[in-house]
Unconditional design. Structure first.
Lengths: 210, 210
DNA sequence: CCCGGGATCAACCCTTTGGTTGATGGCGCC
DNA sequence: GGCGCCATCAACCAAAGGGTTGATCCCGGG
């Protein structure tokens, strides 16, 4: 047989780390060689030890966000494969993680077998999307009506952060007219007629960060 | 010595259940006698078995929310003590949980010792608030400026769900004038000047549900 | 007992947003 | 090359939201 898969767990919740360790350590061919409570720790640990697969949370309480760490880890050749493991299946997060070089995107409510399968797939060089995540992406492709363009999401995200149209226009170096146009398009796509309703709908659909 | 403390874990995430089991099962005097993936299961299990302490999540993917289950479990005499264990320290959630009869409110990013201490305290008939949670409540008492009244929170929550002033007034059987008054007060307390900014600020401060 | 804060409403005015129409330029795709 | 989508902007009107003042009622605490 080949050498065991060397795993690292990066999550700020001790409970989650313990759970992953418990679920994965008993699997044959897997070996949990380290844990990190912050993204910075995770990077440092990968620099010291050979790691095959990192299970990476996206939201850390403080410090570097998980996406950045993912990008940093996957950027170097010979670096570990990164599986993102998070609570939310926000479309924005999924796309950002994949762009950052993640080999897969898993949800914390996934059954253990799914998790193990994903780790093995990642170690073997493949990709792994949790069924729920894959479903969301397929929905996105299948339902072109609820596809927001990059710019539209950008504007909507700022609305969600409480900015007015004028503030958004300044932040993005646009005219207010353009901001309004984007928002009107968003309203049409989401089937709503106000900025607050658009934020609520987009949140519910996972189109923007929470 | 006395009999071991009989524990039940109620959380929809297998990873979290495994983590709690791993962290708690090794503790002397604690015995994890069951797990539930839904609030309904938790209630059923408590009806069949004697349970001293339930570790209860607040958000279940589907079905009955954790607060309701907490209320149902603590309502009967001789029922178990319930420790709420959740990811968010939203003020609204904390107050709702305590009102529902929870003996404590813990965060999933708490260190294991804190968790164990809380379980023992609850079993002994005491209460346990995670330091972070206690801090939030103390802040609330100390800073009366950011205290929203019950009605103000209610209105703001509906704003966050995307309703217009008119829809809110109908939902709560009020005049639009009253809704506006509540919101103006909220803006003043939060130091903002629009409904979307108020929602963002309240979310950041954990005043409303996410 | 009175004061303060919460909750309720009205009338007013001004600003922001929403809705429409229309126009331009770029980019990818058939 | 043309068609469609994205991104950008303008002008305009109608509607909703925001700000102010002021008023009533109820309740609980000093």
């Amino acid at each position: 047989m080949s050498a065991p898969i060397r795993l690292m767990l990066a999550d700020d919740h001790p409970v989650v780390r313990a759970g992953l360790r418990a679920l994965l350590a008993t699997e044959p061919g897997l070996e949990v060689i380290g844990e990190a409570a912050t993204a910075e720790e995770a990077i440092a640990l990968c620099a010291r030890e050979r790691v095959d697969v990192v299970l990476m949370d996206l939201q850390f309480g403080a410090g570097m966000p998980g996406v950045e760490a993912t990008a940093a880890l996957t950027a170097r050749p010979g670096g570990p494969r990164v599986l993102v493991l998070t609570t939310y299946d926000s479309e924005a997060d999924i796309l950002a993680a994949v762009e950052a070089g993640a080999s897969g995107y898993l949800l914390k409510d996934a059954p253990p077998e799914e998790l193990v399968a994903a780790v093995r797939a990642a170690a073997a060089g493949g990709s792994a999307l949790a069924p729920a995540v894959a479903h969301r992406l397929i929905d996105r492709v299948r339902a072109p009506g609820i596809t927001l363009s990059r710019r539209e999401i950008e504007v909507l995200q700022l609305v969600a952060e409480g900015l007015s149209n004028q503030q958004i226009s300044r932040r993005l170096s646009l005219s207010q007219a353009t901001v309004k146009t984007h928002l009107v398009h968003v309203y049409g796509k989401l089937g709503v007629d106000s900025r607050t309703a658009a934020v609520a709908a987009a949140r519910a659909r996972g189109l923007i960060r929470r």
